[in-house]
Write a protein that binds this ligand. Structure first.
Ligand code: TTP
Ligand code: MG
Length: 349
C-alpha cells in the first residue's frame, strides 16, 4: 500500500524583478526587466507589469523595447537574490526538514508528516515569506512533485492551487503534455504528430507504444500522464556537479558566437564555484550543446582547474560534430566523488 504524500512546491513571483522592486520602490508600478546587459542582450526576467506588454524572460532587449518602449531594464544583482533566497529557505525550515531547492526561487517541501492541511501550511508559509522578505510566492499543493509543480503555476502571482488526490484524474485530463516534467519541445512535436496534445490523449497509449516512441522515458511518461510520480523530495543532497546552461532567444550561428557566449557563461560559472563550492575538488570539465534540430551533444575532459581555454577546446570538439546552429549551450564541472547523494544544480542563468 502506498502512503499518501503531501508535497508543496513554492515558486517566487518574478523573483529577480521582485527583489529589484523591493530595493527601489519607485520602480514598483513600472514595467521592469532584469538582465539584458550581457553580450547578446537578453532579459533574465521581468515583472508582471512588463508581461502585460508581452515581454518575457529570454527575450532580446530590442524586442522588449519594441513591445514596451517605457520598459526599465536593470542589471542582475545576484548577491541580493541569493540573500533573499536564503531568507525564504529559512521560512521553509520552520515547517519541514524535507526541502529540495530547485533553484534560488523554487523548492519542493514534503509536509506529509504535519497534521494540518497542505493548503493551510502553504498559506502560512507564503504569508511569512511576504512579511519577512516583502516578496510574494505562489504555491502548488498535491500528492506528488509533478502535480505540486504544475499547480504552483496555476494561480500565479501570489496565489496557490491545491489538487487533492481525488482530483488528480480530472486535473491531468485536460492538461497539455508540454506541462509534464521531461517533455520538451521535441517530444511535444512528436506527440502532436500523433494527434496527442493532452494527457488524456496520451493515456490512451500503451506501454509498448510509449517504449517504441520514447525508450525508457516512455515508461515514466506512462505514469506521469496519469499524475503518478513516486520521486521523493530529496533534501540535503550532495551536489555532484555545477553547471550553467543557457537557451538563446536567437540561435548561435557561428563558432565565434558560441565562444563568446561560452566565455560569459564561464565567468558566471567561476563566480558560482567561488561562492558555492570553494572547497570542492573538480574532476571533470564539460560542455554541452543542443542544436536547432534539437539534437544534443556533449564533450568532457579530466581536469582540476576550470580554465577557459580548456572549455573552448571542448566547445570546438562538440561544435564540430554538427553544422547546425546552436540553441542551448551548457558549461559545467563534475566534482570528485564524495559520499552520498546526487544532485545536479543547474544555474539556469
Ligand atoms: P522563474 O521562476 O522561471 O521566473 P520568475 O520567478 O521571474 O517569474 P514567475 O513569477 O513566472 O515565477 O525563474 C526564477 C528566477 O530565475 C527569475 O527571476 C530569474 C532567473 N531566471 C534565469 O536566470 N534564467 C531564466 O532563463 C529564467 C526563466 C529565469
Ligand atoms: Mg518564479
Amino acid at each position: 500500500m502506498k502512503t499518501t504524500r503531501r508535497i508543496i512546491h513554492i515558486d517566487m513571483d518574478c523573483f529577480y524583478a521582485a527583489v529589484e522592486m523591493r530595493e527601489r520602490p519607485e520602480l514598483e508600478n513600472r514595467p521592469l526587466a532584469v538582465g539584458g546587459a550581457s553580450g547578446r542582450g537578453v532579459l533574465t526576467t521581468c515583472n508582471y507589469a512588463a508581461r502585460e506588454f508581452g515581454v518575457h524572460s529570454a527575450m532580446p532587449v530590442f524586442k522588449a523595447r519594441e513591445l514596451c518602449p517605457q520598459l526599465v531594464i536593470v542589471p542582475v544583482r545576484f548577491e541580493l537574490y541569493r540573500a533573499a533566497s536564503e531568507a525564504v529557505r529559512a521560512v521553509f525550515a520552520r515547517y519541514t526538514e524535507m526541502i529540495e531547492p530547485l533553484s534560488l526561487d523554487e523548492a519542493y517541501l514534503d509536509v506529509s508528516h504535519l497534521k494540518r492541511s497542505g493548503s493551510e501550511i502553504a498559506q502560512e508559509i507564503r504569508a511569512a515569506i511576504q512579511s519577512e522578505t516583502e516578496l510574494t510566492a505562489s504555491a502548488g499543493i498535491g500528492p506528488n512533485k509533478l502535480i505540486a509543480k504544475i499547480a504552483s503555476d496555476w494561480n500565479k502571482p501570489n496565489g496557490q492551487c491545491v489538487v487533492a488526490p481525488s482530483k488528480v484524474e480530472l486535473f491531468m485530463r485536460e492538461l497539455s503534455v508540454q506541462r509534464i516534467w521531461g517533455v520538451g519541445p521535441k517530444s511535444s512535436i512528436r506527440l502532436a504528430e500523433h494527434g496527442i496534445k493532452t494527457c488524456a490523449q496520451l493515456q490512451t497509449k500503451d506501454k509498448t507504444w510509449l517504449a517504441q516512441e520514447f525508450g525508457s522515458f516512455g515508461m515514466e511518461l506512462y505514469d506521469l500522464c496519469r499524475g503518478i510520480d513516486e520521486r521523493p523530495v530529496e533534501a540535503n543532497r550532495i551536489r555532484k556537479s555545477l553547471s550553467n546552461e543557457q537557451t538563446f532567444a536567437k540561435n548561435l550561428e557561428s563558432l565565434g558566437d558560441c565562444r563568446e557566449a561560452l566565455s560569459r557563461q564561464h565567468r558566471e560559472l567561476v563566480e558560482e564555484l567561488r561562492k558555492n563550492a570553494p572547497d570542492r575538488k573538480i574532476a571533470k570539465l564539460l560542455v554541452k550543446l543542443k542544436f536547432s534540430d534539437f539534437r544534443r551533444t556533449s564533450a568532457e575532459m579530466s581536469g582540476q582547474q576550470p580554465e577557459l581555454t580548456r572549455f573552448h577546446k571542448l566547445l570546438d570538439d562538440a561544435w564540430g560534430r554538427s553544422g547546425e546552429p546552436v540553441r542551448l549551450l551548457g558549461i559545467g564541472v563534475r566534482f570528485a566523488e564524495s559520499e552520498g547523494g546526487s544532485e545536479q544544480l543547474e544555474l539556469g542563468l
